[in-house]
Ligand binder design. Structure first.
Ligand code: FAD
Length: 289
């Protein structure tokens, strides 16, 4: 095993490259990332980015010397469009091919889209990358933005709700479930967070099913609930979960089911291909006794 190729340039990818070096791998490591930037942290995109007075610079995942110090080849702005497993190579947009002995898929996830009329209107936002965060920040800072509607009371939705609330906006959160963060938090934690945010002025609507994003011209003007109620909004943010970027694996006939299926060593159904981070689906074996 002399050449390892990693697709994706997020935290999973860089951590894997670092761990390979720390564990003595001295072959070639190549990271291929589709974004036109050095790898950056995503957590600040829904926090400090949205509330700071000036547009902050991206927070790098590792120092700029990381690639040189760890002898990692990094190609940015190159989307991998296919895996050719029999030839053990990947195809980059434009047609160039890169060979591997071992391939690591670290392609992350993307926001789950909402299938509603009005979803493509101006001032409707998803949040996953730097561009999304900058665009949302600009919209929230605009003086004409007074009312913000958040679809989904998950972590991203609540973080954006907090940021908008701190900026003095009237924030409403609409959640189809009966409580906040229901997939990741206990009812006790949900209630604590909801009460804390409600006391700061955020309005919550639970068991609320949004069935239309209302528009005036090309801009969003509000949302409509399935009971016919309408609520005005200048900005709508959709935070209803994420979908693993598993299409490369799927098209190459690797086992996938809501993510790239891997064993406890993160190995996919092809022994020469691993998947890590948000794109992978592994059984999380508890070490608690
Ligand atoms: C706004 C926001 C806030 C968050 N806050 C927190 C937090 O506070 N705490 C926490 O623990 N987690 C948080 N998360 C989640 C955390 O950021 C993710 O779990 C983490 O980024 C996953 O890392 P990853 O490397 O698997 O994927 P990603 O960070 O998504 O990186 C994958 C990279 O692969 C690239 N890629 C995809 N397909 C291709 C291709 N075909 N060719 C080349 N490149 C490709 C993508 O463009 C992307 O750059 C947050 C996420 C977001 C979006």
């Amino acid at each position: 095993m002399q050449k390892i190729v990693i697709i994706g340039a997020g935290i999973a990818s860089l951590t894997a490259a670092e761990a390979l070096r720390q564990n003595g791998f001295d072959g070639t490591i190549t990271i291929l990332g589709e974004e036109n930037t050095l790898p950056y942290q995503r957590p600040p995109l829904s926090k400090a980015y949205l509330t700071s007075d000036e547009l902050p610079s991206p927070t790098p995942i590792r120092s700029p010397n990381f690639f040189r110090d760890n002898k990692v080849e990094f190609e940015q702005g190159g989307k991998v469009i296919a895996l050719e497993r029999s030839a053990k190579q990947v195809v980059i947009q434009g047609g160039r091919k890169i060979k591997y002995d071992t391939l690591i898929l670290a392609t992350g996830a993307r926001p789950r889209p909402i299938d509603l009329p009005g979803e493509s209107a101006k001032n409707v936002f998803y949040l996953r990358n730097l561009d999304h965060s900058a665009a949302l920040r600009n919209a929230l800072l605009a003086p004409e933005c007074e009312k913000v509607a958040i679809l989904g009371a998950g972590v991203i939705g609540l973080e954006v709700a907090s940021a908008a609330n701190l900026q003095g906006k009237q924030v409403s959160v609409f959640e189809a479930n009966s409580r906040a963060m229901c997939r990741v938090a206990s009812p006790l934690t949900s209630n604590f967070v909801r009460n804390r945010m409600a006391s700061a002025g955020v309005m919550f609507y639970f068991n609320a099913s949004v069935n239309q994003i209302l528009t005036e011209g090309d801009r969003v003007s509000g949302i409509r609930l399935s009971d016919g109620t309408t609520k005005p909004a200048d900005v709508v943010v959709i935070g209803i979960g994420a979908i693993p970027n598993a299409e490369l694996a799927q098209d190459a006939n690797l086992d996938c089911d809501g993510g790239i299926i891997v064993d406890s060593g993160m190995r996919s159904s092809d022994p020469d291909i691993f998947a890590i981070g948000d794109c992978a689906k592994a059984v999380n074996v508890s070490t608690n006794t």
